[in-house]
Design a protein around this ligand. Structure first.
Ligand SMILES: Cc1cc2nc3c(=O)[nH]c(=O)nc-3n(C[C@H](O)[C@H](O)[C@H](O)COP(=O)(O)OP(=O)(O)OC[C@H]3O[C@@H](n4cnc5c(N)ncnc54)[C@H](O)[C@@H]3O)c2cc1C
Length: 403
């Protein structure tokens, strides 16, 4: 009998964990498993702020997909160019694929909210290459300041748009990296400005107030400036225009503008034929797409409501990896004609790093700050490696550097 074909799109936290679990739970003897990803490597999206700041290398934050999935899973290095669920057709740069079961785990794209000039003039933090680009851009600006006879100090100003989780983690890394860059390029530290611009009235919405206050004070003590409640209304090659009052605007001249304020799903979702909002799909309780019994959605392309708040859970690696396990089990149930399981999210709490040696977090309702929180963050990062690639991956890529 012909084996069913399971196609998994994307080898991020969601897709790669799905592949590992489908292999384990369904078994390669019972299905053809095909994993499609645009790169031959997986990158740790949750470490991209470190790559962008230059505190770790791109190589350190990535590893081979085939080393993880091993034999039995066919890996196709290709870019998906169209998803057509009505015709069960996936177009890729390496040809067309069809499937019996499809898992879409194509991740996120930055949301620019239609702000003028942002796409053209702000740097994104969306994948390994955009993170590498941020690092190189900052280094280039510092190097040209050092080389130029006439010093333009705005080259040394870095604007980070967004004081959410990603923005704050990036600021923490930049606070550590800038002194190193100043030393390397012989730049007086007081010439450098790092400014966080946020439209909302608070930093880190959703986090406990005491923890937020700790994070803000800590980053301020490291020289980070905050401009809160001042939306960016335009970006240009010279910097960003912000709204400071009813009819009041300010312009921040900056050599580097990084946009870390908001994500949406992968734009391929919008033309897939599946009902979506900003390229994210409100999945059913068993993680299938509405109207398509053979299509599962994992990770940032999926939306699930928190039953307590009736609001969507924030998109995280934590939820993506838990969804992946339920999806693998549900594919097996479908193959055996059994009832599908409902996904129940077990929220372990978020830990937001403030550079290498500090963090804030609320694991299991306990408030943690400073070094203990930073140590916990490393445990969280290492646990994710363990769940995807076992102890060998932890030994190779794990974070063990002392403070
Ligand atoms: C800086 C930063 C820090 C974060 N920190 C945390 C944290 O501490 N804890 C936490 O839980 N979450 C964190 N997150 C969120 C977390 O990283 C995401 O929620 C998670 O990566 C989502 O997993 P995913 O599998 O949906 O997408 P991704 O991990 O982004 O993977 C998507 C995959 O699809 C591939 N792909 C995309 N388009 C195509 C295409 N057209 N063709 C082929 N392949 C394609 C990509 O190359 C990638 O491999 C952070 C995010 C950022 C940016």
């Amino acid at each position: 009998m012909k084996k069913p074909k399971i196609v998994i799109l994307g080898a991020g936290y969601g897709g790669l964990t799905t592949a590992v679990n489908v292999k384990k739970i369904v078994g390669t003897q019972h299905a053809d498993i095909i994993l499609v990803n645009k790169n031959e490597y997986h990158y740790e999206t949750t470490w991209l702020h470190e790559v962008a700041a230059g505190t770790i290398s791109p190589e350190r934050a990535s590893y081979s997909v085939t080393d993880i999935v091993g034999g039995g899973v066919q890996f196709l290095k290709a870019t998906v160019t169209n998803v057509d669920v009505a015709n069960k057709a996936i177009a890729t740069t390496e040809g067309e694929l069809t499937y019996d079961y499809l898992v879409i785990g194509l991740g996120f794209e930055g949301e620019t909210f239609g702000i003028k000039g942002l796409k053209e003039h702000a740097l994104a933090l969306a994948d390994l290459n955009t993170a590498r680009n941020v690092r190189e851009h900052i280094e280039y600006q510092f190097a040209s300041w050092a080389k130029d006879e006439e010093k333009d100090d705005t080259k040394l100003t870095i604007v980070v748009g967004g004081a959410g989780f990603t923005g704050i983690e990036l600021l923490g890394e930049l606070a550590n990296r800038v002194p190193e860059l100043c030393e390397e390029f012989h730049i007086p530290h007081d010439k450098v400005r790092i400014i966080c611009v946020e439209a909302a009235p608070t930093v880190l919405p959703g986090f406990d107030e005491q923890l937020v206050a700790y994070a803000k004070d800590y980053l301020t003590s490291k020289g980070i400036e905050f401009s809160i409640g001042t939306p960016v209304v335009e970006a240009t090659a010279e910097g960003v225009k912000i709204k400071t009052g009813e009819d009041a605007f300010d312009f921040i001249e900056a050599g580097t503008v990084i946009w870390a304020a908001g994500v949406r799903g992968n734009s391929l979702i919008e033309s897939s034929g599946i009902e979506n909002n900003r390229a994210r799909i409100m999945v059913r309780e068993d993680l299938r797409a509405p109207g398509y019994d053979d299509v599962f959605i994992v990770g940032d392309c999926a939306v699930i409501l928190n039953p307590e708040t009736e609001r969507p859970y924030p998109p995280t690696a934590q939820i993506a990896m838990q969804q992946a396990v339920t999806i693998a089990k549900n594919i097996r149930h479908l193959m055996h004609g059994e009832a599908l399981e409902h996904f129940v999210y077990s929220d372990k709490g978020a830990v937001c790093s403030l550079g290498h040696s500090s963090a804030i977090g609320a694991p299991f309702g306990q408030k943690l700050v400073g070094k203990p929180a930073a140590a916990l963050k490393k445990v969280v990062d290492n646990r994710a490696l363990l769940l995807i690639g076992g102890p060998a991956l932890v030994a190779k890529k794990g974070k063990f550097k002392p403070f």
